[in-house]
Design a protein around this ligand. Structure first.
Ligand SMILES: Nc1ncnc2c1ncn2[C@@H]1O[C@H](CCC(=O)c2cccc(C(=O)O)c2)[C@@H](O)[C@H]1O
Ligand SMILES: [Zn+2]
Length: 353
């Protein structure tokens, strides 16, 4: 929404290559993807909200002093989503924004607890996201899947509700593939959520908790040991623990790296201090993602440009990065092969004399 965090330093050609590259998003939040246009439309529907609609004011509003401030602002946008029609509009428009960036596949993190506790009927909520998912696939060709996450700070009641919505065959949506844990990490120990992750995994869902975003590497170990994590959301502080890096590399546990997010929430001081290069050097499988793009003044294309600079990638390196996301995704094998082939065809065509 603002260009304050946008990385303009990649060469022009590389920007054009990234813009057309078929991509996958593995770590992007539903509400956190609401563009200024969507926020304005929702705010017009609910004029009592304190969220500004003017783009300039919104850019200021989306400038965060720390992670706690980010969550406070995030929840004010959550408060704009009050009806199943709001949920459908948000989901469909987010898919449109992804499709514009040539995103072929996205796992969208949704916090159903935040909506059901605000009075949206659970069945109507599920119908709204599924309806938008099917429309998006038919109209834009972008395949969406869901990750339901526990807002950890809301406690065990939220965990119970999220696990129920994710595992009860009468309500769980068809597009659901994974189970997550988000929100602040400080004062929210991961092990307490073990029973809920056990239930989700037993029901066939993949485990993808946030860990090591705002606390140390011990939180990443906890996510691996207690929550059966198959990928780690952020995992930023893993760089401080060489044994952990070796473990992630050997067990091929991908990190969902979101560079600009880490700067915007002040989890990392400057982009040049971001540990993405250490991850790559250690052989950890790196995927690049946008987290809450309009709130952080970024989008997936910009995150690829940031990664190109930090990892010194050319077109082939960027294509490999896009293929990492395909390999680390929870799409079926045929779908993975289709997107990987599309990446190869695009790259070969681009590099042909
Ligand atoms: N970078 C991020 N890192 C971590 N999480 C992120 C990030 N970006 C977005 N989130 C989202 O923020 C939610 C947090 C919501 C939350 O804490 C909360 C607490 C108490 C009550 C309620 C409520 O709804 O009533 C909600 C998470 O579930 C997650 O999906
Ligand atoms: Zn996140």
């Amino acid at each position: 929404m603002t260009d304050r965090l946008v990385d303009a330093r990649a060469p022009r050609d590389l920007h054009a290559f990234i813009a057309g590259l078929p991509k996958s998003e593995l770590h992007v939040h539903h509400v956190g993807s609401a563009s200024p246009r969507i926020v304005a439309e929702l705010a017009a529907r609910h004029p009592d909200s304190k969220v500004p609609t003017d783009p300039e004011a919104l850019a200021d509003y989306f400038t965060f002093t720390d992670f706690a401030h980010f969550i406070e602002v995030y929840l004010s946008v959550v408060d704009l989503i009050r009806t199943p029609e709001d949920v459908r509009l948000l989901t469909y428009e987010v898919a449109r924004d992804l499709a514009r960036q040539q995103v072929r596949y996205a796992e969208l993190t949704i916090t159903p607890f935040s909506s059901t506790r605000r009075g949206i009927d659970e069945k109507a909520f599920m119908d709204a996201i599924e309806d938008a998912r099917k429309a998006a696939e038919a109209e834009f060709g972008t395949v969406l899947r869901w990750c339901f996450d526990i807002p950890g700070e809301a406690g065990l009641e939220a965990a119970e509700e999220t696990a129920r919505l994710a595992t009860d065959d009468r309500v769980r949506p068809e597009g659901l593939v994974s189970f997550g844990l988000g929100g602040p990490e400080i004062g929210v120990p991961r092990p307490q959520f073990k029973p809920f992750f056990d239930r989700a995994v037993a029901a066939g869902l993949h485990s993808v908790p946030h860990a090591g975003e705002t606390t140390g590497p011990e939180t990443v170990w906890d996510a691996l040991t207690h929550l059966q994590a198959e990928r780690i959301g952020h995992g930023t502080s893993s760089a401080r623990d060489p044994k952990l890096l070796t473990h992630l590399a050997e067990h091929r546990i991908p990190l969902e790296v979101c560079p600009t997010s880490n700067i915007a929430t002040r989890a990392v001081r400057t982009i040049d201090e971001h540990p993405i290069k250490e991850f790559a050097k250690a052989g950890v499988m790196v995927t690049v993602n946008s987290d809450d793009p309009p709130m952080f003044g970024t989008d997936l294309n910009n995150e690829y440009a940031v990664a190109a600079r930090l990892l010194d990638l050319d077109e082939r390196g960027l294509a490999d990065l896009a293929k990492n996301a395909v390999a680390a995704s929870f799409l079926d094998e045929a779908g993975k092969a289709r997107i990987a082939a599309e990446i190869d065809t695009y790259t070969t065509g681009w590099l042909a004399p």
